[in-house]
Design a protein around this ligand. Structure first.
Ligand SMILES: Cc1ncc(COP(=O)(O)O)c(C=O)c1O
Length: 462
């Protein structure tokens, strides 16, 4: 188990002092609530709140200077006009669409289908899309549906986005890691994990992957690797859960590669989408494309999306139509192209990513003990150091050096110490990156100068 950070420990001590009798123990609640995966996001947020003056290279949030509350009304009006003018709805129907309980699968599904066609070359029937409360809900719905019994397990490329691991915990679905490596996924290890799980009598339901600028590793899969992965998935009758929140943010001139879903001719890919980084996170709108054909008990056949919608109807009922209308209006305002809508963002994130890797190169000598990867895009860079990086070091970094980052241990599920940290470029300016890196370099220099044996070592340099 990972050790709780100082903030968590202090809060724990405070709570023990209470004289009120307790009504429940955590042991009497679902096991997930006491799981490190579910504490991870809160812990990192708590640390950030505790040290508001620290430079945050931890937050994977969009850059706030691009927020513009003024466009919300414009987007709402644009969507209302679309309902009336393009879809022929009466004024009463337009109001009902926005203000009433709504269709479980959503009201902007047709625009999402158009967006996927325009930006990704993905052709899907809008009926195979469920609009969700962020991508997070989409992950939950899919995992809930796939976890049919105690033999079911999920494979996931490690390091893994903690929101996926946490969602799997909620539905009692064990997650087994597959080595990521420099190619985005080690296919030999994927085969081996499948073989091992099946030999144990388990049923691997899917493998979670992020082929584009992954969170947290920053790694992408090249085109040949994507095709090999799809072939393997077909051979092994494995579903792939493709999560793609960062795909619109390449940093170089090479541009973007087709998503797995765009290459998927055999319905092996369930595609998870988020508007948090491309429109705005506060809308909490995401979606899932689930076109797999499911035979129902009454003999009818329909898309997996219909089954996911049943689960959604008991979780969030429907995604706020007002929030969907904002996203729908943003899509309409850019002819359904988020590539067109995110020109400024793409330029800023690419500039920041270059600034970050150049800044690392200026502060840490080539061939030295500190190494980092150079992602082709996205928000994240992973720095590897010759000492263990844990939550207590993060606290010390925030308190004594004034810089926040994310221990990579949070993205592994085994509680082991990891000699690496994740830096994020998305919510900072180049000046803040410089300041943050100066402070990080001071911390690393001091850690390296510690007498031998006093630094935590032996963690995997993953
Ligand atoms: C890889 C990944 N998937 C999913 C999400 C969640 O997206 P949403 O905000 O749409 O729930 C995030 C958010 O940071 C993410 O990094």
């Amino acid at each position: 188990m990972r050790r709780p950070g100082r903030g968590a420990a202090a809060a724990h001590a405070d709570r023990r002092l209470t004289v009120e009798p307790v009504d429940l123990t955590v042991a009497a609640l679902h096991a997930s609530v006491d799981d490190p995966a579910l504490n991870s996001m809160n812990f990192l947020n708590e640390v950030a709140q505790h040290y508001p003056d620290a430079v945050s290279l931890a937050a994977g949030r969009p850059y706030e200077e691009f927020f513009d509350a003024g466009v919300l009304h414009t987007y709402l009006d644009t969507f209302r006009r679309h309902l009336a003018d393009d879809l022929g709805l009466s004024p009463v129907q337009v109001d009902r669409t926005l203000l009433q309980y709504g269709r479980t699968k959503g009201v902007v599904h047709h625009l999402i289908a158009r967006n996927l066609a325009v930006d990704e070359g993905i052709t899907v029937d809008p009926e195979t899309i469920v609009v969700t409360v962020g991508c997070q809900e989409a992950m939950f719905l899919v995992l809930r549906a796939l976890r049919a019994g105690p033999r079911d397990v999920l494979l996931a490329v490690a390091p893994t986005y903690v929101g996926l691991t946490g969602a799997a915990r909620l539905v009692d679905l064990p997650v087994r890691p597959v080595t990521g490596g420099p190619d985005g996924i080690d296919l030999a290890d994927l085969r081996e994990q499948l073989r091992r799980a099946r030999a144990e009598g388990l049923r691997p339901r899917a493998c979670y992957v992020m082929p584009d600028f992954a969170n947290p590793s920053g790694v992408s899969m090249d085109l040949a690797q994507r095709r090999r992965l799809l072939d393997l998935a077909a051979e092994e009758e494995l579903l792939l859960l493709e999560d793609n929140p960062y795909g619109l943010f390449p940093a170089g001139t090479a541009g973007r590669l087709p998503t797995l879903k765009a290459l998927d001719t055999r319905r092996r890919v369930v595609y998870l989408g988020s508007f948090a980084k491309t429109v705005l996170p506060g809308a909490r709108v995401g979606y899932v494309v689930a076109d797999q054909r499911v035979a129902a008990s009454d003999g009818t056949v329909g898309p997996l999306a219909d089954q996911l919608a049943k689960i959604k109807s008991m979780v969030t009922v429907n995604t706020s139509p007002i929030a969907q209308a904002v996203v729908g209006g943003a899509l309409l305002a850019h002819d359904c192209s988020l590539v067109a809508a995110t020109v400024r963002e793409r330029a800023a994130y690419a500039r920041n990513l270059r600034h970050m890797v150049d800044g690392l190169a200026r502060r840490f000598p080539a061939g030295g003990p500190v190494r980092w990867n150079v992602p082709a895009g996205g928000f994240f860079v992973v720095v590897t150091v010759p000492f263990g990086v844990d939550d207590s070091l993060l606290h010390r970094s925030a308190r004594e050096y004034g810089v926040l980052w994310t221990p990579m241990a949070h993205f592994y599920d085994d509680g082991a110490t990891v000699n690496a940290l994740r830096l994020s470029v998305s919510a900072v300016t180049p000046d803040q990156i410089d300041l943050g890196l100066d402070r990080l370099a001071a911390l690393v220099t001091d850690e390296l100068a510690e007498p031998a044996g006093s630094v935590i070592s032996g963690g995997a340099a993953r």
